[in-house]
Structure formats: structure tokens, C-alpha cells
Design a protein around this ligand. Structure first.
Ligand code: ZN
Ligand code: ZN
Ligand code: ZN
Ligand code: ZN
Length: 216
């Protein structure tokens, strides 16, 4: 395994820096005051059911990559699928699916019809070179979104991955060598690397980095 140093994320609400561990509590505080204000002033503009979700890499993709999201209860699993593809995963339009236990979740189903606080479920993108994500409902509350159906609250900063050949930060992945754990390369070492350049992918901040043709 290449050396990876996990880094913090930035809270989209207060712009503060949080570690992965701190993020759930931090967000609960950051999400709360607004709610109270709205209640006391009595003017809640188009308030709707919102889920606070945690999404993280699972299995092979590891838990270095994580995001806290705010999603409308009336959004469908298909909407969430689109969002995950856009932000993290899409390389060449592979199949994907959500599942809870043994049960597959229909993409047309609404989040609020299935989810409740504390619940966890899985997402798989590409049933060949699968990227697995674990999703968790952190909380449920009334609120609104700026736009769209899903919003990022906190996302991990790009983990620092160290070149397999030297100690510099890796920037490139050789897809051919990744399975021997020799595929993480810095600019200099990528230049000297023997493999065809067609095997190179840029290192990106996603649980799908180095997989299939994913280039961010
Ligand atoms: Zn914050
Ligand atoms: Zn692909
Ligand atoms: Zn190097
Ligand atoms: Zn190579």
C-alpha cells in the first residue's frame, strides 16, 4: 500500500477546518443555529425534510475519502447516484446501485421513503472494477438547500500520497503497476517510468482514483 496521509476537510457553512472524526458533531452544531433562528423569527422559507448524510470509501477504496452531504428528502436515489457520479466517480458510464442488506434499492425511490437516522447502506459504482461507498444517515431535520437536491457540507482534502520510488508527493498513477503497489509516481519518477504513457492517470481526490479511466 502506498503511504497515504489523511487530511482534514473544510466546513462549507463556517469555513472551519475539521477532521473526519470531528465532522459529524461539528456539522450538527453548524446546522443547528440556523434552524433555531428560523424557528424564533417564525419565517421558514420553503422548509423541507433534509437528510444529513455521510458518504465514505468502503472496502478497496478505503476510508480516506469522505463527504458530508445535505440531501432533500424528496430527492430520489437516482438523484443521489447522479451526484456521486458527478463529484467522485464517473469514468465511462458504468452501472451502479444502492443496496441495504440484501435488498437492492430502486433508483426511483425517494430518500424519505427509505431512510431514517442511523441507517447505513451501500453504493456500488461499476460492477467490474467496483468502487464501493458506505452511506450513513447522520440526522434528519427541517431546512432548505441553496440549489439542487444534494449539497456538500464537508469534503476531505486530497490525501497526500507518497511516490513509490522516492519520498515526493505522487501526482500520477500507472494503472499497470498499481496492483503491485508500484503505481504511485511523482512527476520526476513518472518521466523515468518504463510503462506506456497510456497507462498513466492523474492522481485525483476521489475513491475512484487509479481505477478504470477515472481522471476526475
Ligand atoms: Zn462549520
Ligand atoms: Zn470506466
Ligand atoms: Zn518519485
Ligand atoms: Zn507502470
Amino acid at each position: 500500500m502506498a503511504k497515504k496521509l489523511p487530511l482534514n476537510g473544510t466546513c462549507a457553512i463556517c469555513k472551519g477546518t475539521v477532521t473526519k472524526k470531528e465532522a459529524p458533531k461539528h456539522l450538527q452544531k453548524c446546522l443547528q443555529p440556523k434552524e433555531k433562528n428560523e424557528k424564533t423569527t417564525g419565517r421558514r422559507k420553503s422548509s423541507a425534510k433534509i437528510f444529513h448524510l455521510l458518504v465514505e470509501g468502503y472496502g478497496l477504496s478505503g476510508d480516506l475519502y469522505w463527504m458530508h452531504l445535505k440531501a432533500l428528502g424528496r430527492a430520489s436515489f437516482g438523484d443521489l447516484d447522479m451526484f456521486l457520479r458527478d463529484t467522485w466517480l464517473e469514468c465511462c458510464g458504468h452501472m451502479s446501485g444502492f443496496s441495504a442488506g440484501e435488498e437492492e434499492i430502486d433508483m426511483n425511490e425517494k430518500l424519505s421513503d427509505i431512510l431514517s437516522p442511523g441507517q447505513t447502506w451501500l453504493y456500488e459504482y461499476d460492477f467490474g472494477s467496483t468502487t464501493e461507498l458506505l452511506l450513513k444517515v447522520v440526522s434528519e431535520f427541517e431546512g432548505s438547500l441553496k440549489k439542487g437536491k444534494v449539497e456538500i457540507l464537508v469534503r476531505n482534502e486530497a490525501p497526500q500520497i507518497i511516490c513509490n520510488q522516492c519520498e515526493k508527493p505522487a501526482t500520477t498513477i500507472c494503472v499497470d503497476c498499481i496492483y503491485d503497489n508500484q503505481g504511485w509516481l511523482c512527476d520526476d519518477c513518472a518521466g523515468k517510468h518504463g510503462c506506456d504513457e497510456e497507462m498513466f492517470l492523474p492522481l485525483v481526490n476521489s475513491p475512484r482514483t487509479g481505477v478504470c479511466a477515472y481522471a476526475g
